[in-house]
Design a protein around this ligand. Structure first.
Ligand code: IPT
Length: 991
């Protein structure tokens, strides 16, 4: 019987204030109402609190502060008439952090261990008819010292409460192995009491407890094909339903294997989070998480950093994910005592730690998806971990054991690190990594450690805009067998919506003195479970099928077990983004780990077939996509799993998109090179002869200059009109609204410090010369910050051809990357121009990379095509506003109003496009989404390049390859005005 629902509730400031007689039916309390499961701090009582590592109370283990919010919960329930008389158990799936229970006035017991189940025998206390259950929950307890995970502190009865009748079956432990050499399955089920009958109907099996039976042929369970067999365990009066998955986990030749095959994790760290419900997450939200993971090619979850709601693991069994199940232990806050008093190394804490490990293993041991037990997160070293590992291995020899933070790895089956730089990862791959201090004096332990497989427990910190560098990581992870994959940090932003609020809160929003700010807004999903661009990128980077080509087209099956029979391969040929031909590919069976070569469906360098109305010299692309051939539990037929694009017309830039290593061509124009090398290829001169539009006319009073459709301010050389459209001229822009990854973690690794020191956030423009020539306007400027000597010379050369062409020449002066600027400024946020246009130009069409946002080191998911959006939809709504929304490799873009009037910008060949209703400065100032108010204009950034994103908010910055170095650059953009006939085409000046 579920006891979830609306309970009575009363919050006290601490145990001292809470009434001693709360268990009495007639206690004098003015009860409020509270939804259970739920956290009182998310239902209008007190406030949630976020810290990353700091304990929000003095570190004095095991003591708690007097100010210990205490919530009394009370629920009346009617016992059904047919409720069996003999025996009942009251079960709590999770209560944060410590609670005491009374039933009908009698104390039943108390428990700790927030993300673990607790059961109480209550059979003799139940009464016919009305019963009263009272639960007192304290926010802080000795348990809190073991629960310092990087997340909101959310007290309460946050998981289900159930009354179970007559549980007669005490324990069930399924051991179901798979022999990959013979295809046989072996099953043994240990049950208390041993009199139980076990049946697996589909296999026609009936067995007794502890009996081992071998089945000559079974279908194994893997995350790729999650085959489950229903089973029942029955005693007279009770039946337990089970789902058995046959699989064998082993450490073989220094690798983690399942069913004989080394695994490769394309993983993510998942906290339980719901923007309104906190960790009182619903089964629908759990399913949504898993469906999204499957749809985005993920195959593994680390349940960071505690055992999840049990239904989550049922879903993992069913949908197919490898799970590292992590115990509810993290003592991170002891870094502030330099680990003095850390429970991990204190025998007094051993029973409590072991209790947590046992409760997790006992609860989750029958899930085939769980293949690794994790002892804890971020709790330093200690003897207690040895005890936990030993108990676990003995109780369950059928799984591996993991712990990352003890750098001797004495108790772990894996070597593991977090946020590892690429060079270090490469060294680990080749087993040439440095000896950690922890094993320096112990050659035996060091030999053991070096023999272990490696898991990247956390990487690619997905805070704000990012992570950058996923593809770089993947290339290394896939290259070395020792590297068995990684887990991105993390799945979902922990932004919370408090009752009535429309904006997400994070640390510091309540004026707390100690908080972790927005460090928990670091997920691949936004708080409302909308995928962020980072997830789209991850999906592409970890696709389990790679397509290289174009002739032959090679299909690589990167799966571990399954063939590609569930997929269908379709292709299309596009010219300038328009489909001209399409079809299906005949793909033979491709077994896991192998490849198949196919003839390209289109002829290379051949004239376009079928359609004659497309430009013969247009860009020709072949797109090949692998899609689901039939419906799966997690996606419908047609769902795209993998894709690749190949340029067919022999064009230069970006001629193979979506294909894997070898390294992609260098994307960011490297700094420090000669201008010629940095110049994007210059469009052929093509002066339109005769007629209006090509002459330059000085305006009356010398205030305006007209060049074709362009009208410029005489004194500044700024473009003010493009035909009928009022604009404010493109001007050099080197700044962007710093991303979390630009800022780095606590000033470490971040680039913003040096950007600001170099004055990039306060550049001033000075016009030195405006020179009007024949069909040409030259504007020379110097752009520099106050107080500093370094700057850049920016020269704008406008020329009139069939349209208005702008070439911007950027020449640094003084030393940007040398010694003269203090500190050294090693990168620029962007190189491009910004420009203001009317707000009604709100439809954006472009040909280039899309559909989503992309940056130099997060661009694998962008494919070349034609896209339409609105200015509003181009924004990525990061919880903490920051630079976002860039579209990459844009050949041309058009901004139009509702009547179809607008302007068109062309690159030579490409530019990076950003358009928004607020300025970069607005974006930089905003701390929450609601701080952004649309202005009356649209602000465009047309960039040659931007600096990569990196993941320095907790990890390495953008690699040198993706770093936009200060240096000389030249780029060209062409502007057209279209629609309403341009009034200025004849060169008339308004002025
Ligand atoms: C690492 C933690 O394990 C994780 O909980 C989270 O805090 C993450 O960092 C950053 O968001 S710990 C860090 C010292 C690498």
């Amino acid at each position: 019987m579920s006891l979830n629902g609306r309970w009575e509730f009363k919050l006290w400031s601490g145990p001292a204030e809470a009434p001693a007689d709360v268990m009495r039916r007639d206690v004098d309390v003015d009860w409020d109402k509270l939804e259970v499961p739920g956290h009182w701090v998310l239902q209008g009582h007190d406030r949630p609190r976020y810290t990353n590592t700091a304990f929000p109370f003095p570190i004095d283990p095991p003591r708690t502060p007097d100010a210990n919010p205490t919530g009394d919960h009370r629920r009346w329930f009617d016992l059904p008439d047919d409720w069996p008389r003999d025996g009942a158990v009251l079960r709590f799936e999770g209560v944060d952090s410590c609670f005491k229970v009374w039933l009908n006035g009698t104390e039943v017991g108390a428990a700790k261990g927030s993300r673990l189940p607790s059961e109480f025998d209550v059979g003799d206390l139940l009464e016919p008819g009305r019963n009263l259950l009272v639960v007192r929950v304290h926010q802080w307890s000795s348990g809190s010292y073991l629960e310092d995970q990087d997340m909101w502190w959310l007290p309460g009865i946050f998981r289900d409460v159930t009354l179970l009748s007559r549980p007669l079956i005490g324990d069930v432990f399924v051991h179901a192995d798979y022999d990959h050499l013979t295809g046989a399955g072996t099953v043994r089920v240990d049950v208390e009491p041993s009199s139980a009958q076990i049946t697996i109907p589909e296999l026609g099996l009936e067995l007794r407890s502890a009996e081992t039976v071998t089945i000559p042929r079974v279908e194994p369970w893997t995350a790729e094909v999650p085959r489950l067999y229903d089973a029942q365990v029955a005693v007279d009066g009770e039946t337990v339903e089970l789902r058995i998955g046959f699989r064998t986990v082993a450490m073989t030749d220094g690798l983690l294997t399942v069913n004989g095959q080394p695994l490769f994790f394309r993983g993510v760290n998942r906290h339980e989070h719901d923007e309104r419900r906190g960790r009182a997450i619903t089964v629908e939200a759990m399913r949504q998480d898993l469906v999204l993971m499957k749809q985005h090619n993920l195959n593994a979850v680390r349940t960071a950093h505690y055992p999840p709601h049990p239904a989550f693991l049922d879903l993992c069994d069913e949908l197919g994910l490898w799970v590292i199940d992590e115990c509810d232990i993290e003592t991170h806050g002891f870094i502030y005592t330099d680990w003095r008093g850390n429970p991990a190394d204190d025998p007094d804490w051993a029973p409590m730690m072991l209790d947590r490990m046992r409760r997790m293993v006992e609860r989750d041991k029958n899930h085939p998806s769980v293949i690794v037990w994790s002892l804890a997160n971020e709790s330093h070293r200690g003897r207690n971990f040895g005890m936990l590992a030993e108990w676990t291995r003995e109780r369950d020899p059928g799984r591996a054991v993991f712990y990352e933070r003890d750098r001797s790895y004495e108790f772990s089956d894996f070597y593991s690190l977090m946020y590892t730089p690429l060079e270090d990862l490469e060294a680990i791959g080749t087993r040439t990594e440095d000896v950690p201090p922890e094993t320096e004096d112990d050659p035996e332990l060091e030999t053991r450690r070096r023999g272990l497989p490696f898991l990247l427990a956390e990487y690619a910190h997905a805070m704000g805009n990012g992570p950058g560098g996923l593809a770089d990581y993947q290339r290394i992870l896939e290259r070395y067998p020792r590297l068995q994959g990684g887990f991105v940090w993390e799945w979902i932003d922990h932004g919370l919506l408090l009752p009535g609020a429309t904006d997400h809160v994070y640390g510091g929003d309540f004026g707390e003195r100690v908080h972790g700010a927005n460090f928990c807004i670091d997920g691949l999903l936004f708080p409302d479970r909308t995928p962020s661009p980072g997830l789209a990128e991850y999906k592409k980077v970890i696709e389990p099928v790679r397509i290289t080509g174009p002739d032959p087209l090679t299909i690589h099956n990167l799966r571990t077990f399954a063939s590609l029979d569930d997929l269908e391969f379709v292709w299309s040929e596009e010219v300038d983004g328009e489909e001209v031909d399409a079809g299906r590919l005949e793909v033979p069976e491709v077994q896991a780990g192998s490849t198949a070569d196919l003839r390209s469906p289109v002829e290379m360098h051949a004239p376009v077939r079928r359609r004659v109305d497309v430009a013969p010299d247009g860009e020709r692309w072949l797109t090949v996509r692998a899609v689901l051939a039939k419906d799966e539990a997690w996606a419908a037929a047609g769902h795209e799993v993998a894709w690749a694009q190949f340029r067919l017309d022999g064009g230069s830039a970006e001629d193979r998109r979506g294909a894997p290593s070898p390294a992609q061509p260098e994307r960011v124009v490297p700094g420090g090179v000669q201008p010629e090398r940095a110049v994007a290829s210059v469009v052929q001169e093509q002066v339109v002869p005769g007629g209006g539009g090509e002459r330059i006319v000085s305006g009356g009073g010398g205030e305006r200059i007209v060049l074709g459709v362009g009208e410029f301010e005489r004194s500044t050389g700024r473009l003010v009109r493009l035909g009928g459209i009022e604009v404010d001229g493109p001007e050099l822009d080197l700044w962007r609204a710093p991303t979390d990854n630009d800022c780095g973690q606590g000033g470490r690794n971040g680039v913003v410090g040096e950007w600001r020191a170099a004055g990039l956030d306060r550049l001033l423009h000075r016009v030195d010369r405006v020179e009007v020539g024949e069909r040409e306007l030259l504007v020379q400027t110097r752009v520099a910050p106050d107080g500093l000597g370094a700057g850049v010379r920016a020269t704008y050369r406008w020329t009139l051809h069939d349209a208005l062409r702008l070439t911007v020449d950027v020449e640094p002066e003084g030393e940007w990357s040398g010694m003269a600027v203090t500190p050294r400024c090693g990168s620029w946020p962007r190189v491009g121009v910004r420009m203001v246009v009317p707000s009604n130009l709100d439809t954006v069409r472009w040909f280039g990379g899309g559909p989503g946002e992309a940056y130099a080191d997060s661009r694998e998911a962008a494919r070349v095509g034609r896209y339409t959006s609105t200015v509003d939809d181009l924004q990525t709504p990061y919880v903490v506003p920051q630079e976002n929304g860039s579209r990459i490799d844009v050949r041309w873009a058009e901004l139009t109003d509702a009547q179809g009037n607008g302007l068109r910008v062309e690159g030579a060949p490409h530019f990076q496009l950003t358009a928004r209703r607020w300025t970069t400065e607005d974006l930089e100032r905003a701390r929450h989404r609601s701080d952004l108010t649309p202005r009356d204009h649209v602000y465009l950034n047309l960039d040659l390049a931007q600096n990569g994103l990196g993941s320095a908010s907790c990890g390495p910055p953008a690699t040198p390859q993706h770093t936009l170095e200060p240096g000389p650059y030249t780029f060209t953009l062409t502007f057209h005005q279209f629609g309403r006939s341009p009034e200025h085409a004849v060169g008339r000046s308004d002025a």
